[in-house]
Write a protein that binds this ligand. Structure first.
Ligand code: IMP
Length: 156
């Protein structure tokens, strides 16, 4: 994935902005960035959508906005997981309003079965079945983010 991204953005004038969605995608975005061979900038946004538990509330709220001026810049939004797609499509629209030169989406895990809102994924790691997973940045009630691998949460 990093090789593909590096090739696709190899000729852009200014560094690619890697926009990670706190907190879940930080581990993946950090690992990904270290395999990229192109200049990058980092920025972060935060939303709340899950509250507690394993079911999406469907109500998305922006908790932290961008800090960089992304107008005219190439932005790659990095997501840990897409479930219903509600969070990502909300964020995609929000970021688009800041008028980047381009905006693409990179996601590690995709639960396609659960999709309510379609989202345009440019770079995808893996499709996974409809099970709640934790680790590698992903949490259950803020726990397990530090696990090295992705695990299925029993009873989740
Ligand atoms: P969506 O809006 O339903 O697509 O949910 C996206 C967000 O819900 C992700 O960014 C995660 O924070 C969280 N999420 C969805 N599925 C899982 C999971 O299996 N484990 C941990 N978090 C999840």
């Amino acid at each position: 994935m990093a090789a593909e991204i590096s090739a696709d953005y190899g000729k852009v004038d200014r560094p690619l902005i890697l926009l990670s969605v706190l907190k879940g995608s930080v581990v993946f975005a950090t690992d990904l960035s270290r395999s990229l061979t192109i200049p990058v900038n980092f920025d972060y946004v935060a939303v709340s959508s899950y509250g507690h538990g394993t079911e999406s509330s469907g109500h998305v709220q922006l908790l932290k906005d961008l800090t960089m001026d992304i107008e005219g810049r190439d932005v790659l939004m990095v997501e840990d997981i897409i479930d219903t797609g509600l969070t990502t499509s909300f964020l995609f629209d929000h970021v688009q309003r800041h008028r980047p030169a381009s905006l693409k989406l990179c996601v590690l895990l995709d639960k396609t079965e659960r999709r309510v809102k379609p989202v345009p994924i440019a770079y995808k790691g893996f499709d996974i079945p409809n099970q709640f997973v934790v680790g590698y940045g992903l949490d259950y009630d803020e726990l397990y983010r530090n696990l090295r691998a992705v695990h299925i949460l029993e009873g989740g």
